[in-house]
Write a protein that binds this ligand. Sequence first.
Ligand SMILES: [Zn+2]
Length: 60
Amino acid sequence: MVKILKCSYCGKDINPGTGMTFVKANGEIFQFCTKKCRKMKLQFKKPARKVRWTQYYGQK
Ligand SMILES: [Zn+2]
C-alpha cells in the first residue's frame, strides 16, 4: 500500500514519486509537492493560511 503524503505547505496530496523531502537541522521533516511550496515555506516564510492556493487559506 502506498502512503499518500500531504504537502507540508499547501496541504494537498503528493503523488507517489513526486515531491521532495526537506529535513531541517532540528530533525523536523517537511514534504513539499512542488518547488513553489518549498520556496514559500523556507524562503518567504509566508503563512499558508494567507496564501490563496493552499488548503489552509482563510483558516485561523
Ligand atoms: Zn504544496
